[in-house]
Design a protein around this ligand. Structure first.
Ligand SMILES: NC(=O)c1ccc[n+]([C@@H]2O[C@H](COP(=O)([O-])OP(=O)(O)OC[C@H]3O[C@@H](n4cnc5c(N)ncnc54)[C@H](OP(=O)(O)O)[C@@H]3O)[C@@H](O)[C@H]2O)c1
Length: 270
């Protein structure tokens, strides 16, 4: 990873998170560069980051061995048209754009260019990201491995079939927003029952982190883990009753289903 040159095209929210993660993981600032659309933003970002940030996508594409595309789905087409002449099959395109299939990207580039599609999430900023990746038709195991290494520097990576990428978008890429609402609500609840806000927020956040860590480390079914907290005739079961009455489960399921459906539409918008 450390000897691959990385060009991030579209240094917005997720592009910046990924670039900073890579730098933290040992990619030297000299072997990374990035672009944005607006000159003023490029100047502002250059002042804060140790890498060159410009607006020349063609120069950045020439400079990178791995070209990470992190523009909005509806901007991917024009970006690919712009860099087409600079992207040879010796490079690897990694697209983090929601909604955009590898076949669409391949179709706009020279024949044989390897493409890996990825769906990271914002917890990549603290090394606790979750990224789903899949390969296009010209990407080899080595290309998939290179992309995997890139995202492993900022969290966990799972390889999925491309047909599942919109579902990954709806679950783990949109998911942090859903979880922040749960976190905020638990903290509000703490305030309601008399806790200072900072203590309530700490209790809620560490509880979510701890519960997730136990699920990951034990591999136990969440229902089993829930049962271990729920003493017969204790307080937890009273809380669970409220959650069931408020339809928390079905609401979360519907949120992920809606976000997944929406992921199918994004690239067609102007
Ligand atoms: N945010 C997430 O949690 C997340 C997670 C996974 C995947 N994604 C995907 O990542 C992509 C970016 O999302 P975001 O939330 O990071 O959006 P964002 O903050 O709006 O970033 C988009 C960036 O693209 C730049 N840009 C637009 N057109 C460009 C062009 N032609 N050449 C170079 N740069 C260009 C913009 O430049 P200016 O700043 O100059 O306008 C901006 O910096 C989307 O496709 C999204 O589906 C996002």
């Amino acid at each position: 990873m450390t000897n691959q040159r990385v060009a991030v095209l579209g240094l917005g929210k997720i592009g910046t998170i990924l670039l900073q993660g890579l730098l933290k993981a040992g990619v030297s600032p000299g072997s990374a560069c990035a672009t944005v659309r607006h000159v003023e933003r490029a100047r502002a970002l250059s002042a804060h980051l140790p890498v060159t940030v410009g607006t020349d996508n063609r120069a950045a594409a020439r400079a990178g061995d791995i070209i990470l595309i992190a523009v909005k789905p509806q901007n991917v087409g024009e970006l690919l048209d712009e860099i087409r002449a600079d992207v040879t099959p010796a490079k690897l395109i990694v697209s983090a754009a929601a909604s955009v299939p590898t076949s669409y990207i391949e179709g706009r580039l020279e024949r044989g260019v390897p493409v890996v599609r990825a769906m990271p999430n914002t917890p990549c900023q603290v090394g606790a990201g979750m990224t789903g990746i899949c390969r296009g038709s010209h990407a080899t195991d080595a290309h998939l491995q290179a992309a995997r290494q890139l995202f492993d520097t900022v969290g966990r990576t799972v390889v999925v079939d491309e047909k599942h990428m919109d579902a990954v978008t709806g679950l783990s890429a949109s998911g942090p927003a859903f979880v922040y609402i749960i976190l905020e609500s638990l903290a509000e609840a703490g305030v309601k029952v008399g806790l200072p806000r900072d203590v309530a927020t700490l209790l809620a956040a560490q509880t979510l982190l701890g519960a997730a860590k136990v699920a990951l480390e034990t591999g136990d079914h969440p229902a089993l883990l829930k049962d271990a907290v729920t003493t017969p005739a204790g307080c937890t079961i009273d809380g669970i009753l409220e959650l069931e009455e408020g339809k928390l489960r079905v609401t979360l399921i519907k949120a992920v289903v809606k976000a997944t459906q929406r992921a199918k539409e994004l690239m067609f918008e102007k």
